[in-house]
Write a protein that binds this ligand. Structure first.
Ligand code: C5P
Length: 209
C-alpha cells in the first residue's frame, strides 16, 4: 500500500498549521507540526540553562527527542519560537530532527507534515506539496488578533518586526532555507479565508491521489 505524504511549508503565521490539522482530520492522516520539534530542542536547552548556539550540545538534545511527547501548550511561547529559529540554523540539529520527521512521514496510512523544508528536504518525493504564504502585514495582524483575543497585550509594530526578523532568519540561513519546492502549489492566504484555502488544498490532494 502506498504511503500518502503531504508536505506543507510556509512562513510563521501563514495559516499552514490550521490548514494541516484540518486536512489531516479530513483525510485520516497523521499530522506532525515540525516547528514543534525545533521548539522542543530550544526549550530543553533553555530549561537546562545550556547555550543555544553550541551545535554538539543542541544535536544531542535533538537526538534524544521523543516525537510522541511534544506538548504544544508548553512550546507555543514567543521566547521558545525565537530560540527555535536560532537552533534551527545548525546542520547537526536539522540532520537529527529530519531523520525523525522522515520516520514519522513513513507511518501508514500516511502523514501531513508542516514546516519550512518539508517539500524541499524532508519529503522531496511527496505527491502533494503546498506552500502557504501571506504578506508579513497580514500575518502580523493575525498574530496580534490571537494575542488580544486571548486577553493579552500586544503591540502591532512589535509583532510585525518579529515576523520580519523570523522570515529573514528562516529564508536567509544556509542549511534548508525556507522556499517553495519547484513543484509546490502556492496558496497566498493574504486575501483568502481559511475555508477557501482548505477547499483549494483539497482540490490539489483529490487530483493527486
Ligand atoms: O513554525 P514554528 O514557528 O513553530 O517554527 C519555529 C522555528 O523552527 C521556525 O522559525 C524555523 O526556524 C524552525 N523550523 C525549521 N524547519 C521546520 C520547521 C520549523 O527550521 N521544518
Amino acid at each position: 500500500q502506498k504511503i500518502m505524504a503531504i508536505a506543507i511549508d510556509g512562513p510563521a503565521a501563514s495559516g499552514k498549521g490550521t490548514l494541516a490539522r484540518r486536512l489531516a482530520a479530513k483525510y485520516g492522516l497523521h499530522h506532525l507540526d515540525t516547528g514543534l520539534t525545533y521548539r522542543a530542542v530550544a526549550k530543553a536547552l533553555l530549561d537546562k540553562g545550556l547555550p543555544l548556539d553550541d551545535e554538539a550540545v543542541a544535536e544531542r538534545e535533538a537526538r534524544t527527542l521523543d516525537l510522541s511527547r511534544l506538548d504544544r501548550e508548553l512550546l507555543s511561547t514567543h521566547e521558545v519560537g525565537e530560540a527555535a529559529s536560532r537552533v534551527a540554523v545548525m546542520p547537526g540539529v536539522r540532520r537529527a530532527l529530519v531523520e525523525k520527521q522522515r520516520a514519522f512521514a513513513a507511518m501508514p496510512p500516511g502523514a501531513i507534515l508542516d514546516g519550512r523544508d518539508i517539500g524541499t528536504v524532508v519529503c522531496p518525493d511527496a505527491p502533494v506539496k503546498l506552500y502557504v504564504t501571506a504578506s508579513a502585514a497580514v500575518r502580523a495582524e493575525r498574530r496580534w488578533k490571537e494575542v488580544v483575543e486571548q486577553g493579552g497585550r500586544a503591540e502591532y509594530a512589535q509583532i510585525l518586526a518579529d515576523v520580519e526578523r523570523r522570515d529573514a532568519r528562516d529564508m536567509g540561513r544556509a542549511d534548508s532555507p525556507l522556499r517553495p519546492a519547484d513543484d509546490a502549489h502556492l496558496l497566498d492566504t493574504s486575501e483568502m479565508d481559511i475555508e477557501t484555502a482548505f477547499q483549494a488544498a483539497c482540490a490539489y490532494i483529490d487530483a493527486a491521489f
